[in-house]
Structure formats: structure tokens, C-alpha cells
Design a protein around this ligand. Structure first.
Ligand SMILES: Cc1cc2nc3c(=O)[nH]c(=O)nc-3n(C[C@H](O)[C@H](O)[C@H](O)COP(=O)(O)OP(=O)(O)OC[C@H]3O[C@@H](n4cnc5c(N)ncnc54)[C@H](O)[C@@H]3O)c2cc1C
Length: 1019
């Protein structure tokens, strides 16, 4: 990677600043400069006027009042809006509409009041009635020319109801786009400008106000690109739009002209920090080509703000572009960036943008927003076990930071033209105060279809410029945008939501946000599981400071050679462990649990070292390594808690004069045999469970990955687990593994690996004359994902690529069989092919690698042989190109099979089989069940009742709906299957430890010595 591409140093402070610190900084930055009572005085009349003259029925405010997102109807509307228009087949469209409208029970009460008998819950008439009435309700609201007399809809079939609903949603959606094409949008903008000009001139009675103060920033809608084809389509659409906006003219100033907003994620499918080199090689020239159109026309081109983990990267891209702008268009002042104030480091971002402007002698436009991805940022931080949130958790902190950022922008007016995007009347009035003091040019911004009422009032003076962010696109592209707006503004904390609610007084609505709240509004990610069990610590690989120790550990790691034990060695280990059992099993439960917690903390602290071992010994990518170490830590902490909760002595009820106690204790020596694909997590999970239950443990790692396992056992010994309680027994499965299983002292076996080896172990155990002992076997799967036509293709592709190809497909949970509905199969396959083409296959130590090598030569040969067979018998759908000569790389590949039953064996590699389905989804599930495995199943549908039905029918251990199907989290998604996939109980679940225990009840006749003193004493 060239030095200009590789970020040597972060530009910004850590994204994980303590919230209290960040809000204190924001309050200090405001330096008491705001007079809030004056803000209220300014904004109150706006609020009153908006409430007295409400927005039209289709405006966001009205919509939310009519159908709040918290209500069944609002939710149904939102879910339908998101999905219905993309469904091509009537059957699914009807099912989706019935599912959503049916559950909303719009007018049950009304029907009863009208004297209609209540319909049975599952009656098809009820569904139809609901559908009809709901569609009518919707069409009344959204079809302005709806003149159908009541009752007509009920008589029409469900197809008509769906068609009406589709139409209603189309009309609803249309309110939030300015036009379906840029030409249509430009026409609409012209007429809005004229209208605005007329109004303001009338109101201000001033001839000087004849110039319209309204501008537009057009946004060409679409989901983030998943393929190169998508990206090139968006590029063409942006280019065309800029040319159309310019109209062959050169604007006097970008501040006074319309402009464009672009999303970098639309222009390159791999706009990610891990892909810096490609971002600079591919994305940069694309944005440059747009600048080459916008700059000569003197238009504003703003880069929208996206997720926090791309922020550093976006600034690097921004500065690289600034350098070329300085060289080519030094006079242009239209280059812009959006900055989100919900980020705790937003002030630093603004300073950095100003510094970039100064370094390159330019002036930028900067749009200050609060931020549109709050829920996603919170979820990501929790899932990744990050130390804190990169965004504020209190709404008023976001508001404070917004104003602090506004004040900071006014400090930088020499190099920044401030643009304030908000619909919040309080925020607007506060900005006006700051602007008056600063006496500098600025503009306000709002979204098309939103904030119209407030801005009608704010702009009455006619002297404040306002830019409308105007989405442009067809219905299908609009819906994701619409749903985001509905969600964002449907939140109770949202200003728009509260403005629509007459019960919220102006005082509450405009209350000062200028107060710091010390505690976070949400538990921080480390405390996600409550006060008792700490979440394992994750790493944000996009954060240089957090990643540095990992990079250093990987660079320094040399995996030592280790020698294997013989069968005799295994027997000697068994003897030691057998002898050690007596002492270990009587160690108090609390002590055994405490040792697990200690080892968890040590492992957590040693994450870089263990990641480096996993990269070097198991050829895993860094992201996978972090997840694996975290899983091991979670196992230790979870089983410690579970042991204390579930294995403690229980007193049982019984007759008087007798005490009855149930005790659980270790069984003896447990043999734990783990696989190479999770050489730390599965190894640690098995060993921790067996140990804490009171067993001593012979822990046999896979032949390919002994060192990381040995290091974990060393940690156990270091924290105080005796050497005769757990032993690392490294050797061949055929000899050492077989000897351990066959040993008469073995009191139980916990195995994860192939179904074939599980059968051998099972037979060996059955053949022994010694005690019959438990076998916990977790084996493979022929895991399927069922996709119907209501699913969002982009989401499906993300889930498929991760599930089928991450870890080179070497996960038991990995997706092997994608079943796509025939009505959308071509499109999904096309997108899949494009997304596969964007994967990097290579050295796992390279951060940019998505797919590393397979584990060994034997695996490589086996997978290649399977691929060869498929090349002859199935249709090749897509294959990633290999550009690295790292050994044992298998390029991700996808084939189409005629039918589900054609998939016979689990191929443990990046090979995906695709089948098209039609007809009843229940039949698809039955065919999947008939494969005999039962580990994981993915479901992609927007029809909730369908997802539920599939889960009920499927004989699998883990069902994942509308997400990927890998990466089960300890205590959250207990993992393990049925049928050929394993015996259960689930690892990381509440029933796991019992299988490692023997049970004993102790009954004492307390009345034996002379009578029942207790009973008599109570008489
Ligand atoms: C012209 C324009 C362009 C925009 N461009 C972008 C863009 O490029 N990128 C982008 O991300 N967004 C963008 N947005 C959306 C914007 O970020 C806001 O989400 C939206 O404007 C709502 O803010 P508000 O001041 O109008 O409403 P308010 O209701 O006052 O504020 C809502 C804000 O508070 C945040 N919030 C809600 N609950 C909490 C909580 N518990 N703790 C902390 N914060 C909370 C929300 O996430 C949201 O950001 C744009 C908005 C406009 C008007």
C-alpha cells in the first residue's frame, strides 16, 4: 500500500470518547453564548403557527400523527412501504399485504360497533376484510381522487386490494421525491422557487426580495452499491444530474445555485476502511470526474455523511480531492462535506475540515446535520463490543453538540460556508442567534417533504437562504430512504414527531437542551449483558490506535513447532487426570467459576497475541480472529455464571422429618476434541464447560492448530487451574484421539467436527465394556437460506456473501444452499455474481483480505475435486478472480443446481449452491429437512408470519431471519443442531453444562434419631 493511501496516523480523536467528556467539551465550546429564553421566544410563534395551520395530509408530520410508528398501523405502513413495491409476484404481494395489514386490526372495534359478528382469528374473511378496510383507509388518505363508494373494495378480490395498496404507497412515496428523473425534479424546483419568491415578496413588501432564496441539493436515490455495475450506474446518474443542473451555464456562486449531494458508498461497492488502496484507486477518480463537471459550472457538490467507521477514510478521500481541486480549480468554493453532530468527535471533524481548507488554500461548504444512522451505530458498537458509543446516547447531547458545532463553524467562516440542516425549530432559532452575532453568510437546509411548516414561518422574512435536499428517483429506489425518514422521525425524541403531537406543549418542545447528563442513556457495550457478565472487548479495525497492537502482534508472531503425543502419552495424561479428579471435583463451585472468570480476563487482555496466533497458525483473517477470541472470552464468563446459577445444590420439597438435596458434580475425566476452524473458541468453550462442571479434562486440539490451544491451557494453568485438572494432549486423531475415547477412564466426550468422525467416536464408546458415558457431538450441516421475493436483494447479498464465503466457508454454520424464489432469482444471482467479483482472496494477515486460504492441502484437494465435479454437472453462476499466489486459496464460487435434493455432502469451503424455488415455501422447507442435517437456516422475507412458519417447520438448531447466519453469540444465540448436525445441548446455552454433570440426591431422615423435633417444636 503506498504511503499516501495508508493512513499512518488518525486525524481525529478516538470515536469512543466518554460521552460526558464530549458533552462537557461541547458546552465549553458554546461558552454560554446562547440566550435560551430568547430562543423560545423566537421559536414559539413558529410552533404555534405550524400547529394552527397544519401541514398537508401527506406530509411526514401528518403521516406520523395519523399512523405513529409505535402503532400497529404505522408499523404496517412502514413495512409495506419498504417492501411491497419491489415484490414481482402476486402471491407474495398478497401474502405481504395480508401479513402487515392483517395484523394491524385497523377497524375491529368499528366493525363490532356496526353490529358485525366477530370473525375467528384465523378466518380468511377476517384477513380479507382487514385488507380491504385497510386499503380503503389508506386509499382515502393517499388517493386524493378516491371516489369509490364504501363497500366496493370489499367486493373486489385480494389482487385489487393489493393493487390499491401499492398505488397508495406509490403516492405516499412520491411526496418525498421531487421528481422521478432529474429533469422532472428541476421543473418542480423551478415552480417551487417561483412560488416561494412570490410569497416572500408579498410578505416582505420589498422589491429587493425579488431574488428567490430557495436552492436545491439533488440526491440521486439508491441503495449503496453492491457491485461494480451498480456503482457505474450511480456514477452515470450523478454525472447526468450535474450536467442537467448546470444546464450549460456557469453559476455566479455555488452558494446561490442548486447543487448535488453524493454518497461515496454509491460510487464504489467496497467503500470501507479495510479497502483503502482500492478506494483510492477506484473511488477517487470517480468523484474527481464528478468534480470535473461541478467545478467548471460552479455548483455545490456535497459528500453526504455516512457511518462512523468510514469517517477517517472519508476525510482522507476529501483531502486527496482537495489537493487536486487546489491544482485545477483553485477558485471553486463549492466542494462540500456533511458532518454529523451526533458523533462525539464532531467538533474535531470541523476543525479538521477547516485545517484541510487552510492547507490547500480553499474554501469549503459544510453541511451540519445531526445524523441519520443512530440506531445502526448503537447496534454496531454493541455487537462489536466496543468500549463506548461513537454517538451520543442522549438526544439533548446531540442537540448541544449541534449548536457547539454551529458556533465552531462561525469561527471558521474564512474557510467554511456553514449550511445548517435541521427541522427543529429550537435548533433553528438558536442558529439564528449565533448567526446574528457572527454576522457571516450561511444557509439553512431541510429535506423535501419535511419541515415545510417550520420553514414557511422561518423564511417569512425572505432574507435567509434555504436549500432543500431533494431526493430524485423511481419508487423502488425511494423506499429505503422513505423508511429511514419514517423511522428517524417516528422516534419519540424526534422534533418532528413531537411537533405533530398536540399534547406536547411548546415549552416542552422548545426546552433548553443545554444541560449535561452524566450517565449514558444506554448500557455501554461492555455492560450489554448486565452488571454480572462483562461483554468481551472488541476492536474497531478501522480505528488505527485500536488496531496497532494487533498489527504489531501479527508482525512479531512466530508459531513454535510442537511435538505430538503418542497413544501411550495420552494414556499417561489420562492417568494423571484421573488421579486429579478427586481434588478438582471438590473444589467449591465458586472457586472453579472464579478461575474461569480470571482466565477470561487474561484472554481478553491478551487479544492481540491470540489474534496473531490465529492468523499465523489457522490462517484466519483479522476480523475473524477478533470475533473468535471474543467468543472464547464469552464462553468462559458465561459458563462461570451458568455454573453458579444451575449447578448449585438444590433443596427439594418432601415430607417432614426428612431433608432432600440434589447435587450436580463432575463425572470424571472428560475428553474434549475440537476442530481447527475455531481452534480457540470451540476448544476453550468445551474445556471451560467441562472444568467448571467439576470434570478434569483431556483437551485434544485439531492436529492443524495445536499451538493456540496450548496457549489457552497455559493461561488456565497460570491462573491456578491445576495441571492434573486440565492437560493439552496433542496428537493424531486416529491414534491419540482414538486412544482417549477408548480409554476406560473416559467419563464423557465432547466433540466438534465432522459427522463421520462423530459416528466413529459413538461406535467406539458403544463398544466399550466400561460405563456408558455421554457424548456431546456438534457436527456439520447442509445449511440453507430461503429467500422470497419480498426480501431486499442488497440485504440478501450481504448476508449470502458473509455466510457462504467468510472464513473461506470453513464454518459449520456456513451457507451451502441458497434457495431463491424464481421471480427474483435472476436479479439476485446477477447481484451475487457482481458482489463475488469484488471479494479479495489472499493472505489472511492482510487487512484487505476477505477470504483467506483453506486449512490444508487435503482440504484444498477435496474442495477442488468437488468444484471440478460441479463444473461438469451444474451451471456456474459466479466465481471470484484469484490475484494472489498465497497457497491453498480457493476462489469463492457459486453453482446452480436443479433441485435441493441434488446437494448431497457438506463441502467445507467457499462453494455455494443455488436452487430456484416456486410454489409453497413449506415444500422448500420439507426438502431442506429431508437432507437430514439440522444446523442453521437463513430466512429472508418481509412476511413475518412466513418467517415464523418456516422456523416452526424447519428441523434446525439456529434460524436467522433477515441477517447472516454465522457468528452465533454466546448466551445470545446458543449454537448447535439436530439430526446429522449433532446431539445438543447447545454450546453457549443454558442447558449445556448439565450434560457434563452427574447427579446425586442425598436424602436424610432427620427424624431418625428419636423423632421429628422440628415438627413437634412448631405444634
Ligand atoms: C438537508 C439535510 C441533509 C441531510 N444529510 C444527511 C447526511 O448526509 N448524513 C446524515 O447522517 N444525515 C443527514 N441528514 C439527516 C439529519 O442527520 C437528521 O437526522 C435529521 O435532519 C433530523 O434532525 P433534526 O434536527 O431535524 O431533528 P431532531 O428531532 O431535533 O433531531 C434528531 C436527531 O437526534 C438524534 N437522536 C435521537 N435520539 C437520540 C439519542 N437518544 N441520543 C443521541 N442522539 C439522538 C437522531 O439520530 C437525529 O440525528 C440530513 C438532513 C437534512 C435536513
Amino acid at each position: 500500500m503506498s504511503p499516501s493511501v495508508a493512513a499512518a496516523q488518525a486525524r481525529l480523536p478516538s470515536p469512543y470518547l466518554p460521552e460526558a467528556e464530549a458533552v462537557a467539551e461541547a458546552l465549553t465550546a458554546l461558552k454560554g453564548s446562547l440566550d435560551w429564553p430568547a430562543v423560545i421566544n423566537a421559536a414559539r410563534p413558529w410552533v404555534r403557527a405550524v400547529r394552527e395551520q397544519p401541514a398537508p395530509f401527506w406530509a411526514m408530520e401528518s403521516l406520523l400523527r395519523e399512523y405513529p410508528i409505535s402503532s400497529a398501523e404505522g408499523l404496517a405502513l412502514m413495512r409495506l412501504a419498504e417492501a411491497l413495491l419491489r415484490v414481482p409476484d402476486a402471491e407474495t404481494a398478497i401474502a405481504l399485504t395480508a401479513d402487515q395489514l392483517g395484523r394491524a386490526d385497523f377497524d375491529d372495534a368499528k366493525k363490532l360497533a356496526d353490529g358485525a359478528p366477530p370473525l375467528a382469528k384465523d378466518s380468511p374473511h377476517k384477513m380479507l376484510a382487514n385488507l380491504s378496510s385497510s386499503a380503503i383507509a389508506l386509499s382515502k388518505k393517499f388517493l386524493p381522487d378516491s371516489v369509490n363508494p364504501p363497500g366496493v373494495m370489499q367486493r373486489l378480490g385480494s389482487r385489487t386490494v393489493v393493487a390499491a395498496t401499492v398505488r397508495a404507497i406509490q403516492l405516499l412515496g412520491r411526496q418525498f421525491v421531487l421528481g422521478r428523473s432529474i429533469e422532472e425534479a428541476l421543473d418542480e424546483a423551478t415552480s417551487q422557487k417561483k412560488g416561494h419568491q412570490k410569497n416572500t415578496a408579498k410578505l416582505s413588501q420589498s422589491q429587493s426580495q425579488s431574488q428567490s432564496q430557495l436552492r436545491f441539493s439533488y440526491d440521486m436515490l439508491g441503495e449503496g452499491a453492491r457491485t461494480e455495475r451498480d456503482a457505474l450506474r450511480y456514477l452515470a446518474s450523478y454525472s447526468h444530474a450535474i450536467q442537467a443542473i448546470a444546464g450549460g451555464r456557469v453559476a455566479a456562486a455555488p452558494m446561490a445555485a442548486d447543487g448535488i449531494s453524493i454518497k461515496l458508498s454509491a460510487l464504489f461497492s467496497r467503500y470501507e476502511d479495510t479497502q483503502r488502496e482500492r478506494v483510492f484507486a477506484t473511488l477517487l477518480p470517480r468523484v474527481q470526474s464528478l468534480i470535473d463537471l461541478a467545478a467548471p459550472a460552479n455548483l455545490n457538490l456535497t459528500i453526504d455523511a455516512e457511518e462512523c467507521d468510514r469517517l477517517e477514510l472519508s476525510l482522507d478521500v476529501f483531502e486527496a480531492l482537495a489537493a487536486t481541486i487546489h491544482a485545477q480549480y483553485p477558485q471553486w468554493q463549492g466542494f462540500g462535506l456533511a458532518v454529523q453532530s451526533y458523533q462525539t468527535r464532531a467538533l474535531a471533524v470541523i476543525d479538521e475540515v477547516a485545517a484541510i481548507a487552510q492547507r490547500h488554500n480553499l474554501k469549503f461548504m459544510l453541511r451540519l446535520v445531526k445524523g441519520a444512522y443512530w440506531d445502526g451505530e448503537i447496534k454496531r458498537a454493541q455487537e462489536n463490543g466496543l468500549p463506548a458509543y461513537p454517538v451520543f446516547t442522549h438526544k439533548h447531547h446531540t442537540d448541544i453538540n449541534y449548536l457547539a458545532c454551529a458556533a465552531r463553524l462561525f469561527d471558521h467562516v474564512a474557510v467554511i460556508y456553514p449550511q445548517f440542516a435541521t427541522h427543529n425549530a429550537g435548533t433553528v432559532a438558536a442558529i439564528m442567534q449565533l448567526a446574528k452575532k457572527a454576522d457571516a453568510p450561511f444557509e439553512m437546509q431541510r429535506l423535501h417533504g419535511m419541515g415545510e411548516g417550520v420553514y414557511r414561518e422561518v423564511l417569512k422574512g425572505g432574507d435567509i437562504p434555504c436549500r432543500i435536499y431533494a431526493p430524485v428517483g423511481e419508487h423502488r429506489d425511494l423506499l429505503a430512504y422513505l423508511v429511514r425518514r419514517l423511522l428517524e422521525n417516528g422516534a419519540n425524541s424526534s422534533f418532528v414527531h413531537q411537533l405533530a403531537d398536540e399534547h406536547v406543549s411548546a415549552e416542552v418542545l422548545l426546552a433548553s437542551p443545554l444541560r449535561a447528563t452524566a450517565a449514558s442513556n444506554l448500557p455501554l457495550p461492555p455492560h450489554l449483558y448486565g452488571p454480572r457478565r462483562r461483554n468481551s472487548s472488541g476492536v474497531d479495525l478501522a480505528d488505527l490506535a485500536m488496531r496497532a497492537p494487533l498489527d504489531a502482534a501479527v508482525a512479531a508472531m512466530k508459531v513454535p513447532a510442537v511435538t505430538m503425543a503418542s497413544a501411550d502419552g495420552a494414556s499417561a495424561a489420562m492417568a494423571r487426570l484421573h488421579a486429579g479428579f478427586a481434588t478438582w471435583q471438590v473444589r467449591p463451585l465458586a472457586e472453579r467459576a472464579a478461575l474461569l472468570r480470571k482466565v477470561a480476563d487474561r484472554l481478553d487482555a491478551a487479544l492481540p497475541e491470540f489474534c496473531a496466533l490465529l492468523v499465523k497458525e489457522a490462517d484466519k483473517t483479522l476480523g475473524d480472529c477478533v470475533a473468535e477470541v471474543r467468543e472464547a472470552v464469552d464462553f468462559c464468563r458465561y459458563y462461570a455464571d451458568q455454573a453458579e446459577d444451575r449447578l448449585a445444590e438444590q433443596t427439594l420439597p418432601g415430607p417432614t422429618g426428612e431433608s432432600n438435596v440434589l447435587r450436580l458434580h463432575g463425572r470424571g475425566v472428560f475428553v474434549c476434541i475440537s476442530p481447527w476452524n475455531f481452534p480457540l473458541a470451540i476448544f476453550a468453550g468445551q474445556v471451560a464447560a467441562a472444568l467448571v462442571a467439576g470434570n478434569t479434562v483431556a483437551a485434544k486440539p485439531a492436529e492443524q492448530t495445536p499451538v493456540v490451544a496450548r496457549r489457552f491451557v497455559e493461561l488456565l494453568h497460570e491462573v491456578g487451574v491445576p495441571k492434573d485438572a486440565v492437560a493439552w494432549v496433542h496428537g493424531l486423531g486416529d491414534t491419540v484421539g482414538a486412544a482417549l475415547v477408548a480409554d476406560s477412564r473416559t467419563a464423557g466426550v465432547c466433540f466438534t467436527g465432522s459427522t463421520a468422525v462423530a459416528r466413529i467416536i459413538n461406535r467406539t464408546l458403544a463398544a466399550k465394556d466400561s460405563a456408558i458415558v455421554p457424548l456431546i457431538a456438534e457436527t456439520g450441516g447442509l445449511n440453507a437460506m430461503v429467500v422470497d421475493s419480498s426480501a431486499l436483494p442488497e440485504q440478501v447479498i450481504d448476508a449470502v456473501v458473509q455466510s457462504a464465503f467468510r472464513s473461506a466457508g470453513q464454518r459449520c454454520s456456513a451457507l451451502r444452499l441458497l434457495c431463491v424464489h424464481e421471480s427474483v432469482a435472476d436479479g439476485v444471482i446477477e447481484m451475487l455474481r457482481g458482489a463475488m467479483a469484488e471479494l479479495n482472496v489472499g493472505d489472511p494477515a492482510d487487512l484487505a483480505t476477505d477470504v483467506g486460504p483453506v486449512i490444508d492441502d487435503e482440504a484444498y484437494t477435496g474442495i477442488q475435486a468437488h468444484i471440478q465435479r460441479l463444473r461438469g454437472s451444474a451451471r456456474l453462476l459466479g466465481e471470484t478472480a484469484l490475484s494472489s499466489n498465497f497457497p491453498r486459496l480457493v476462489a469463492p464460487v457459486a453453482f446452480e443446481l436443479p433441485q435441493i435434493a441434488d446437494l448431497k455432502d457438506e463441502i467445507f469451503g467457499p462453494v455455494l449452491h443455488v436452487v430456484r424455488w416456486g410454489g409453497a415455501v413449506e415444500d422448500v422447507v420439507r426438502q431442506i429437512n429431508a437432507l437430514g442435517y439440522g444446523l442453521t437456516l437463513g430466512v429472508q422475507t418481509r412476511i413475518d408470519s412466513r418467517a415464523k412458519r418456516i422456523a416452526e417447520l424447519a428441523s434446525v438448531g439456529n434460524v436467522y431471519v433477515n441477517r447472516n447466519m454465522i457468528g452465533a453469540v454466546v448466551g445470545v444465540q446458543p449454537f448447535g443442531g439436530e439430526g446429522l448436525s449433532g446431539t445438543g445441548p447447545k454450546a453457549g446455552g443454558p442447558h449445556y453444562l448439565y450434560r457434563f454433570c452427574a447427579e446425586q440426591t442425598v436424602t436424610i431422615n432427620t427424624a431418625a434419631a428419636g423423632g421429628n423435633a422440628e415438627l413437634l417444636a412448631g405444634m
